[in-house]
Ligand binder design. Structure first.
Ligand code: CAA
Length: 282
């Protein structure tokens, strides 16, 4: 199906990043948040990053302004009624996502493709909250969405070929790399990355090294673009712990379980960059 209008539900760090990618690629975007203030914050964030591109000579002012003008924010789910594709990026919990997809099914056109950006929940379980699971797929972006090229396109048990092909085509129009895969816990990257990052956190205590030293080890010794502590701070310690718990619940492998040190940080409100403090202070 040809896509010209994209809805994004939830304009936090991931949703705003996805909306930015879509307006930069020329799509009309309707971004939905629960309050006007949150919508305005996301629009300002997108405007800021696009202004930086103008300042660095990567875009003209006209291109920036046209991209910003393609974004409309709303608090009303009904504003998504004309979208060809809706990408959900709300809180990473099953019940709210299932409720949202049931509402989207009532709101959107019958031929619209509905995608979830979930990183560790089952797309099949989300789709099962609707009576039209064929049009539901996963489109899993990586943080920060405007900078990371990969999008996993996740085929749930009942996803139609058309829905998967539509998502893959949109990822190509975004200028990103699609890796289609099946709906297994953690899909491809998080199945590998989450236990790896958990190992990194355990090594902090086992090898008695500081976060700075561990990050220096992995950037200089393994060629990582950023160290594991910097990365967990970027992803969000709450998000990482939640994804670890979801994978552990499904796979029962000890390495998937969140290290107690990370759980304690999450419980103390040390969530990384977004809270101003995680392994590092921001
Ligand atoms: N949104 C939009 N634009 C952004 C941004 C964001 N969140 N963050 C930065 N930018 C823009 C900025 O304008 C920035 O330029 P200025 O600082 O001059 O304004 C520009 O992008 C370049 O930023 P950086 O200089 O920080 O870019 P870099 O070359 O250092 O690369 C990186 C940054 C791509 C993030 C790189 O460090 C990297 O690849 N890190 C690894 C990230 C990673 O592994 N992500 C996956 C996390 S796991 C995940 O997401 C899965 C999950 O489900 C939880």
């Amino acid at each position: 199906m040809e896509v010209t209008r994209i809805g994004v539900v939830g304009l936090g760090a991931m949703g705003a990043g996805i909306a930015q990618v879509a307006v930069e690629a020329g799509f009309a975007v309707v971004g939905r948040e629960v309050t006007d203030e949150l919508g305005e914050t996301a629009a300002a964030r997108i405007g800021h990053f696009l202004t930086r591109k103008v300042e660095k000579g990567q875009r003209t002012q006209d291109e920036r302004d046209a991209a910003v003008a393609r974004l409309e924010t709303t608090t009303d789910l009904a504003a998504l009624a004309d979208c060809d594709l809706v990408i959900e990026a709300i809180v990473e919990e099953l019940d709210p996502k299932r409720a949202l997809f049931a509402a989207l099914e009532r709101t959107c056109r019958a031929d619209a493709v509905l995608a979830t950006n979930t990183s560790a929940l089952s797309v099949t379980e989300i789709a099962a909250a609707t009576s039209s699971p064929g049009r539901i797929v996963g489109m899993h972006f990586f943080n920060p969405a405007p900078l990371m090229p990969l999008v996993e396109v996740v085929r749930a048990e009942l996803s139609s070929d058309d829905a998967v092909e539509t998502a893959v085509a949109v990822v190509a129009q975004f200028g990103k790399v699609a890796v289609p895969c099946h709906d297994t816990p953690g899909f491809v990257v998080n199945r590998v990355l989450i236990p790896l990052l958990n190992d990194c956190v355990r090594v902090l205590d086992e090898a008695r090294v500081t976060p700075e030293a561990l990050d220096a080890a992995m950037t200089n010794g393994a060629g990582w673009p950023m160290g594991p502590c910097t990365l967990v701070d970027l992803v969000g310690i709450d998000v990482h712990v939640h994804a670890s718990e979801a994978l552990y619940e499904k796979l029962r492998e000890p390495r998937m379980a969140p290290p107690p040190r990370l759980v304690a940080m999450r419980n103390a409100g040390l969530l990384g960059r977004k809270s101003g403090r995680g392994f590092y202070a921001y």
